[in-house]
Design a protein around this ligand. Sequence first.
Ligand SMILES: CC(C)(COP(=O)(O)OP(=O)(O)OC[C@H]1O[C@@H](n2cnc3c(N)ncnc32)[C@H](O)[C@@H]1OP(=O)(O)O)[C@@H](O)C(=O)NCCC(=O)NCCS
Length: 147
Amino acid sequence: MDFKKIEFGSSDFFHECELRHEVLRVPLGLRLHDEDLSQEAEQLHFGLFDGSVLLASVIAVPLSSSEVKVRQMAVRSLHQRQGLGRKIMHCLEEHLSGRGFRRFSMHARVSAVGFYEKLGYETVSGEFSEVGIPHVKMEKIRIGGGE
Ligand SMILES: CC(C)(COP(=O)(O)OP(=O)(O)OC[C@H]1O[C@@H](n2cnc3c(N)ncnc32)[C@H](O)[C@@H]1OP(=O)(O)O)[C@@H](O)C(=O)NCCC(=O)NCCS
């Protein structure tokens, strides 16, 4: 399994969008294709690949030199609950902490809070709605470059 950066607009980015559409939008009756993704050119896209097949993806948005917001975390449906979400988040944190990022945050779906808690994230807000479902802000501060 390889953790790799995905270039905006590449064929892997096309696969990332397909995965996000299927995992994060279809279950809500929404279409990723209806969204303006142009601002994502400035964001950092990563994937977990089995050969050339994308199994999980995630986006990181630098908010400052030390803080990054994680968004659009998705694991292919047939491969969920097999440790891939944990693996891609671990690789992402290692990659970004090596570049000076210390504070990791996200707007987590309430249905996924238990997953992020297992990775050491804490809820730091009350509930709010995004894409029509309840979310909370979660964050984690990593001290030091490695583990
Ligand atoms: C949520 C998601 C990213 C988790 O990835 P995953 O590969 O299925 O999770 P993992 O197998 O790595 O699980 C790691 C741990 O979290 C737990 N876990 C996974 N999903 C969970 C959930 N939704 N609620 C509570 N615990 C969860 C697992 O049981 C496992 O616990 P363990 O270490 O005690 O065995 C993935 O299931 C997914 O894409 N879901 C649909 C989209 C989504 O909700 N994305 C997050 C948006 S904020």
